[in-house]
Design a protein around this ligand. Structure first.
Ligand SMILES: [Zn+2]
Length: 113
Protein backbone atom coordinates (compact mmCIF):
# COMPACT_ATOMS: atom_id res chain seq x y z
CA UNK A 1 0.00 0.00 0.00
CA UNK A 2 1.43 3.32 -1.03
CA UNK A 3 1.18 6.06 1.52
CA UNK A 4 2.11 9.70 1.46
CA UNK A 5 4.11 11.32 4.21
CA UNK A 6 4.33 14.98 5.13
CA UNK A 7 8.06 15.58 5.28
CA UNK A 8 7.62 18.43 7.72
CA UNK A 9 5.69 16.70 10.54
CA UNK A 10 5.90 13.03 9.36
CA UNK A 11 2.12 12.58 9.36
CA UNK A 12 1.21 9.88 6.83
CA UNK A 13 -1.92 8.62 5.10
CA UNK A 14 -2.69 5.85 2.63
CA UNK A 15 -2.87 7.12 -0.91
CA UNK A 16 -6.25 5.45 -1.41
CA UNK A 17 -7.77 7.35 1.51
CA UNK A 18 -6.48 10.79 0.64
CA UNK A 19 -9.16 13.30 -0.37
CA UNK A 20 -11.71 10.58 0.34
CA UNK A 21 -12.95 11.29 3.85
CA UNK A 22 -13.72 14.13 6.23
CA UNK A 23 -10.81 13.12 8.41
CA UNK A 24 -8.19 13.38 5.67
CA UNK A 25 -5.23 15.45 6.79
CA UNK A 26 -3.22 15.19 3.58
CA UNK A 27 -4.62 16.54 0.33
CA UNK A 28 -3.34 16.12 -3.21
CA UNK A 29 -4.28 17.76 -6.50
CA UNK A 30 -3.95 16.42 -10.05
CA UNK A 31 -1.55 19.22 -10.96
CA UNK A 32 2.10 18.58 -11.53
CA UNK A 33 5.40 20.06 -12.59
CA UNK A 34 7.50 18.27 -15.17
CA UNK A 35 11.15 17.80 -14.28
CA UNK A 36 13.18 18.93 -17.28
CA UNK A 37 15.92 16.31 -17.30
CA UNK A 38 13.68 13.22 -17.44
CA UNK A 39 10.06 14.33 -17.78
CA UNK A 40 9.15 13.08 -14.30
CA UNK A 41 5.82 14.36 -12.93
CA UNK A 42 6.20 16.00 -9.52
CA UNK A 43 3.07 16.63 -7.45
CA UNK A 44 2.45 18.75 -4.35
CA UNK A 45 0.81 17.35 -1.21
CA UNK A 46 -0.72 19.64 1.38
CA UNK A 47 -0.66 18.65 5.05
CA UNK A 48 -3.56 20.16 7.00
CA UNK A 49 -1.87 19.33 10.31
CA UNK A 50 1.13 21.60 9.88
CA UNK A 51 0.09 23.61 6.76
CA UNK A 52 3.15 22.59 4.78
CA UNK A 53 3.53 21.57 1.15
CA UNK A 54 5.74 18.58 0.29
CA UNK A 55 6.72 17.79 -3.29
CA UNK A 56 6.55 14.10 -4.29
CA UNK A 57 6.54 11.75 -7.24
CA UNK A 58 5.47 8.15 -7.75
CA UNK A 59 8.48 5.82 -7.95
CA UNK A 60 7.09 2.29 -7.43
CA UNK A 61 10.27 0.56 -8.67
CA UNK A 62 12.57 2.85 -6.72
CA UNK A 63 14.61 3.97 -9.74
CA UNK A 64 15.75 6.95 -7.71
CA UNK A 65 17.06 4.74 -4.90
CA UNK A 66 15.43 7.21 -2.49
CA UNK A 67 11.79 6.11 -2.62
CA UNK A 68 9.86 5.37 0.58
CA UNK A 69 7.02 2.90 -0.12
CA UNK A 70 7.13 3.77 -3.82
CA UNK A 71 7.17 7.53 -3.31
CA UNK A 72 10.11 9.87 -3.70
CA UNK A 73 10.04 13.13 -1.73
CA UNK A 74 11.57 16.48 -2.48
CA UNK A 75 11.45 19.80 -0.67
CA UNK A 76 8.91 20.79 1.97
CA UNK A 77 7.90 24.35 2.77
CA UNK A 78 5.17 26.40 4.46
CA UNK A 79 2.14 26.81 2.18
CA UNK A 80 2.21 29.83 -0.12
CA UNK A 81 -0.59 31.84 -1.74
CA UNK A 82 -0.20 29.89 -4.98
CA UNK A 83 -0.76 26.53 -3.28
CA UNK A 84 -3.50 27.87 -1.01
CA UNK A 85 -5.48 28.74 -4.13
CA UNK A 86 -4.72 25.35 -5.70
CA UNK A 87 -5.94 23.39 -2.67
CA UNK A 88 -8.77 25.56 -1.34
CA UNK A 89 -11.54 23.95 -3.49
CA UNK A 90 -10.60 20.52 -2.12
CA UNK A 91 -10.24 21.72 1.44
CA UNK A 92 -13.63 23.42 1.20
CA UNK A 93 -15.28 20.28 -0.15
CA UNK A 94 -14.13 18.04 2.72
CA UNK A 95 -17.08 18.76 4.97
CA UNK A 96 -19.62 18.20 2.21
CA UNK A 97 -21.49 15.02 1.41
CA UNK A 98 -22.18 13.60 -2.02
CA UNK A 99 -20.06 13.99 -5.10
CA UNK A 100 -18.89 17.06 -6.89
CA UNK A 101 -17.04 17.14 -10.17
CA UNK A 102 -13.86 18.07 -8.36
CA UNK A 103 -14.12 15.10 -5.97
CA UNK A 104 -14.70 12.68 -8.82
CA UNK A 105 -11.63 14.02 -10.58
CA UNK A 106 -9.58 13.43 -7.44
CA UNK A 107 -10.83 9.88 -7.02
CA UNK A 108 -9.83 9.12 -10.63
CA UNK A 109 -6.48 10.72 -9.99
CA UNK A 110 -5.81 8.50 -6.96
CA UNK A 111 -6.70 5.47 -9.05
CA UNK A 112 -3.70 6.10 -11.31
CA UNK A 113 -1.35 4.76 -8.67
ZN1 LIG B 1 2.59 17.98 8.21
Amino acid sequence: MQKLICKNCEHSELLTEINGSNTTKILIVPEYEIRKKDGLHIYPLYCLKCRHITKWSSDPNNYSGKAINGIEYYKTFKITKKYKEMFSPIENSLGGRGYTLREQKNILFCGQF
